[in-house]
Design a protein around this ligand. Structure first.
Ligand code: PXP
Length: 254
């Protein structure tokens, strides 16, 4: 029986930068997190340089490109400023996402139908530079057809609505959203597009979506960075206890 293609994991390190920026210093460093993720089996690193630089900053993107030896996926809005930075950085891939300053995260997919005219030359510039373009869209057949027409080689299906319904225990909605993803992935593959997926995935939803053979890459961030706190907090508290105990053992008797 023919086997499904391998499924790559792109680890999004945005929220390591969120944590760092909460104090304004250098710790924790998203580049260090990227190196740890690669060591642990990530196939690539994803980072979103937002217009307001709320997490990843320009120098993070430059350092990621210089210091990691796996593909860098640069998420960005389709603006002239970002195009300039992407062309200068030369990542392996760019994922075009919609961006609104007020949003907490990337709330919906890109409207590639509405933005067809401005996206066409934008995608062509990136294609010409040898950067693989992906469009972050909902699993909507009309958006998928337009993505293929725009000559983007890849789409990333927005899994947020499905994941939200799963977390909220809304079974009927979750089932309908998942069916949309299944159909969208098939349609996109049939149109010759490479299919990725991401947003809001956790262990359960990643396991479920991994069974769709049309999807060859998942980009996951927030859940894993959040889980990492719990996975390592025991070790970190023990290390702090040990450092304090060592220091105190050297203290003069008062
Ligand atoms: N893919 C894209 C295009 C995104 O914009 C995001 C969020 O930055 C992700 C994947 C990762 O989503 P999450 O952090 O919810 O796993």
């Amino acid at each position: 029986m023919p086997k499904a293609p391998p499924l790559r994991l792109g680890v999004n390190v945005d929220h390591v930068a969120t944590l760092r920026n909460a104090r304004g210093g250098r710790h924790p460093d998203p580049v260090r997190a990227a190196l740890v993720a690669i060591e642990a089996g990530a196939d690539g690193i994803t980072a979103h340089l937002r217009e307001d630089r709320r997490h990843i900053r320009d120098e993070d993107m430059a350092r990621l490109k210089a210091e990691i030896d796996k593909p860098l996926n640069f998420e960005m809005a389709a603006t002239d400023e970002m195009l300039r930075i992407a062309l200068a950085t030369a990542p392996r891939a760019v994922c075009l996402v919609p961006e609104r300053r007020q949003e907490v995260t990337t709330e919906g997919g890109l409207d590639v139908i509405g933005q067809h005219n401005s996206l066409k030359p934008f995608i062509a510039r990136l294609n010409d530079a040898g950067i693989r373009v992906s469009l972050f869209i909902a699993a909507d057949p009309r958006q998928i057809e337009m993505a293929a027409e725009l000559r983007a080689p890849v789409i990333e299906i927005h899994t947020g609505a499905w994941c939200d319904a799963v977390v909220a225990d809304e079974a009927a909605k979750a089932e309908a959203e998942f069916a949309r993803i299944v159909n969208g992935a098939r349609l996109a593959r049939a149109a010759g597009l490479e299919v990725h997926a991401g947003h809001g995935l956790d262990y359960g939803t990643a396991e479920k979506i991994a069974a769709l053979p049309e999807i060859v890459e998942l980009n996951i961030g927030h859940f894993m960075i959040g889980e990492a706190v719990f996975a390592n907090l025991t070790e970190v508290v023990r290390a702090m206890r040990a450092a304090m105990d060592l220091g105190r053992s050297l203290a003069p008797v008062s």
